[in-house]
Design a binder for this molecule. Structure first.
Ligand code: GDP
Ligand code: IMO
Ligand code: MG
Length: 431
């Protein structure tokens, strides 16, 4: 079957945007199925840098259709701005090329305020969310009082629902979180006017994607976030509120369970995390500064969405293997190998010490409290001084680099099929 899925193996920011851009070369449809504008995907093509939060990264290729499935939560302001920015950069964005599911949910400014109030109330125990209203929007969806994009096509009914949403949210904000009241009338007017600008893009995406599959079209599903941020499989409660794994494509796009040709796990050559939560291999020394970069390069480890410095550490093979199994990964796309150049020695975590025992795989389902008890057991391999950025052929990779790749493959049991050595579209080595 012509379905492939690209999914993050870590805590997000693995380079999914750059990988999906490449993987979209030969597909007709590129579809996001989860999350919202908490995601930040950077795609570099020549001297152009695209920072996408919602629209699938594959949209930059002129032949693709970008799909936003029912599994998403959408903030109209971000989406409209993204459409405009892409159009100004010469990318055609029209209802022909961008389909938004009529069953996706809307994020409102009140969801954002609630997200921020909830985080403030948690104080030191906060999750470190992006503040984009993701959790509260999914909460309304689960409580069956969410606002679906399809409803905005019935403008009078929609306005009533939006008004009721702001009344309810206002109650929560003022009574529960002791925050200032919102202006219900103004917010209702502004939000409905903004959201209605999306009307032309709204379609029965499930029906269209199923028809595309029947006619043999190739679909690449693009996950946002990473496996370790998955609501069920991630380091709960320090996770996002959606299904970030390959399993999410069926419910998040409205297609039946069917064979997936390729599940491409995108992983960085080291580990990063933004926000709170356990991170067994986290570093705080000079190597951390080296891996993070100073912020002077666009690819340095500072969040695309919030600008926060990312936490960094050595690659965690125990978690990588877990992510591979959870997603049914068939191959790995390894990014940021160029960043490791210059390190004397590279460490990798191949086991944990937990409660006095050595474990090589998780004996729990991702829980943060359990993971806090895991101490990394490291092995090391020689680093390299070579600059990898201009290498384009597998056979030109230095042996020490191939050794590091082999360690990952042997531990995880899946092949590395592509190695990225720069942020630019062409800076990749296919096996
Ligand atoms: P995503 O959320 O998974 O799409 O990842 P982000 O775009 O948030 O973060 C990855 C960053 O690394 C972006 O700035 C990419 O341009 C950059 N990047 C991706 N692959 C490579 C690589 O192989 N080398 C370098 N130097 N940068 C890369
Ligand atoms: P991409 O797609 C990295 C993290 C937040 C926080 C947690 C919950 O660019 O990889 P949320 O706002 O979703 O309620 O925050 O999830 N987070 C991400 N971290 N990359 C992302 O997306 C993320 N999206 C959410 O930092 O820890
Ligand atoms: Mg990102």
């Amino acid at each position: 079957m012509p379905i492939s899925v690209a999914v993050g193996m870590q805590w997000g920011d693995e380079g999914k945007g750059r990988a999906v851009d490449l993987l979209s070369e030969n597909v007709e449809i590129v579809a996001r199925f989860n999350g919202g504008d908490n995601a930040g995907h950077t795609v570099t093509v020549g001297d152009k840098i695209f920072k996408l939060h919602v629209i699938p990264s594959g949209i930059i290729h002129a032949h693709t259709i970008g799909v936003l499935g029912n599994g998403l939560v959408l903030y109209p302001g971000t989406l409209l701005q993204e459409i405009k920015t892409l159009q100004e950069a010469g990318i055609e964005i029209s209802p022909k090329r961008l389909w938004i599911s009529d069953a996706a949910h809307l994020i409102t400014p009140a969801h954002r305020l609630l997200d921020q109030a909830q985080e403030a109330a948690l104080g030191k125990s906060s999750i470190g969310t992006t503040g984009r209203g993701i959790g509260p929007a999914y909460m309304d969806k689960s409580s069956r009082r969410g606002l679906r994009t399809g409803e905005l096509l019935q403008s009078e009914e929609f306005k009533k629902k939006v008004r009721q949403h702001f009344i309810d949210a206002n109650e929560m904000l003022t009574v529960y979180y002791h925050q200032p009241a919102i202006d219900i009338q103004t917010m209702t007017e502004e939000f409905t006017a903004l959201a209605s600008q999306l009307a032309a893009y709204i379609k029965p995406v499930g029906t269209l994607v199923r028809a595309a599959l029947k006619s043999g079209k190739n679909i690449l599903a693009e996950a946002a976030q990473g496996t370790l941020l998955d609501l069920d499989q991630g380091t709960y409660p320090f996770v996002t509120s959606s299904c970030t794994t390959s399993a999410g494509i069926f419910s998040g796009l409205g297609i039946g369970i069917q064979p997936v040709e390729r599940v491409i796990g995108i992983t960085k050559a080291f580990q990063t995390r933004v926000g709170s939560g356990p991170f067994p291999t986290e570093l705080f020394d000079a190597t951390a500064t080296f891996l993070r970069g100073s912020g002077s390069n666009p690819w340095d480890e500072f969040g695309t969405t919030t600008g926060r410095p990312r936490r960094v550490g050595w690659i965690d093979l125990v978690l990588l293997k877990y992510a591979i199994e959870v997603n049914g990964v068939t191959e790995l796309f390894l990014t940021k190998m160029d960043i490791l150049s210059g390190l004397e020695t590279i460490k990798y975590c191949s086991a944990y010490q937990k409660d006095g025992k050595t474990i090589c795989e998780l004996d729990f389902s991702g829980s943060a409290t359990e993971m806090e008890r895991c101490l990394p057991v490291y092995q090391s391999t020689p680093g390299w001084k070579d600059d990898l950025r201009l290498i384009r052929k597998w056979s030109d990779l230095p042996n020490v680099v191939l050794d590091y790749i082999k360690i990952i493959e042997d531990f995880c049991g899946v092949p590395v099929t592509q190695v990225s050595v720069g942020s630019e579209r062409n800076a990749v080595i296919k096996r």
